[in-house]
Design a protein around this ligand. Sequence first.
Ligand code: AMP
Length: 542
Amino acid sequence: MSIEPLALDGVVPFPPETAAEYLAEGHWRDQTLPELLFATAERFPDKLAVIDRKAELSYAQLTDEVLRLAAGLQDLGLNRGDRVVVHLPNIYEYIAFVFALWEIGAVPIVAPVAHRRAEIEHFIEIGEARAYITVASDSGTDLAAMAADLKARWPQLEHTVVLERDGGGAEYEALQSKGSLEHARRCSPQDVALLQMSGGTTGVPKLMPHTHQTYGYALRRSVGERGITERTVHLLVIPICHSMSTRSPGFLGAFSVGATIVIAPNGSPDTAFPLIEKHGVTRVSLVPPILLAWLNSSLRKSYDLSSLKTLMCGGAKLVEAVASRVEPEFGVQLSQSFGMGEGLVVSNPADVDRATSVRYQGIPASAADEIQVIDDEGNDVPPGAPGHLLTRGPSVIRGYYRNPEQNALAFTADGFYRTGDIVERDERGFIRVVGRSKDQINRGGEKIAPEELENALLTHAGVHNVSVVGIDDDVLGERVKAFLIPRSPESAAELTLGKLRQFLRDKGLATFKLPDVVEVVDEFPYTAVGKVSKRLQRELNY
Ligand code: AMP
């Protein structure tokens, strides 16, 4: 059935001729994301789709639950194109909700559970969200109270749904008690499927509009050559709304072939190892600090991890010294990946040689993933030389949601995304990340925009000026350091790490963004043109 695409205000569309070409070449398909799940459920109704701490659902059970939830969401009055903030931890209900919202054509704005009021409020405002779905509390923060507060403050926010801390609960059950929808196409594959948060470099988080087709392409690519089949049991430990957990390959990749997803609340060895043993996990995706914790964990001897065959690692730079330990020490294949929420994901094919798998992050799986590696003047650099990575293709968005200013900076006129990453490409096309030109801190895979933290710190009465940078850290790759110039000698006493972290928490910032180190200084180093030299602050740890 053909349904006209829904043009969402503030979304940069693909040029019609590009969209037609992607369709004609099969990069995009006439399929929505729920259609992908329901097709697999027809083939493997009794196979386990998802396991978490408290539930195990077969494909048939999952699709039943999705249709009941969809009926409940429709009963609330939610419809095609409506935005709904989904702010949940790693629990299977996250998956049930996003599919139920897709089933009715609504658009989840997905936020990691570590986010707090500042971020969630921004999403509600920019997305004009009609509903907010969360859990009662997270790490001591009362999210139920926050939900009530947000509902009182934002008139367009008509509904909140608050699950118990570990999922389920009366509000979840109530939503499921309104009967069940028939599975049917209620949106176009060209519709925006979700708005995903970008770690970004700017003062407020940006939202990336992905359609059913950009996501469909990305998940097929990440499954295609990576040896994922219906026999795969994939352990998901990274926050569930991150693209590594969603579509690279994530639960969508797994559901496209009938694999099983095991959801862990986090990636610590004492949580993950028992799950690997219990469920015969064959594959996992990690970020470097978690991988390091696994390699160095004494618990490895206490569990049978022999089912594990492939360990994917991405999200931040994996140093070669650590990468080279994985295969000999763990007896599993290392598959590095490099990508970004905006779209592109490259990884190393399953059959790549060891020297490549340790040194390189991957190669695009299709010629449709266009890559440019250029110097400061915009000229292509030769193989082996570092350059700025730009990319365009069937998985790459053409702009952030409702953000023309950032779009003018981050995208070229012909639709290439400036990733801000410095890479080298070898003769074969394998990519190695060598640095970064963007002003972003990568704290073990969590992306932090210095400007956001600087804006918040500048509202402190004792702060005259502030500069936030990432400093090297052996485990996390980078940590967050704030250099502060006090307003007066007396106010310096107020600028301690503990007091500033509390100040930022009170402002509603997520804990992972807070500074790890603060230093009170008299002056900043400046560049020749008079800008604060963050490079000097980083390098000299000024
Ligand atoms: P996100 O949108 O959170 O996936 O972050 C994307 C950014 O993370 C990229 O633009 C890179 O800066 C960084 N990144 C992701 N994977 C890697 C990797 N394997 N090595 C180095 N940096 C990475």
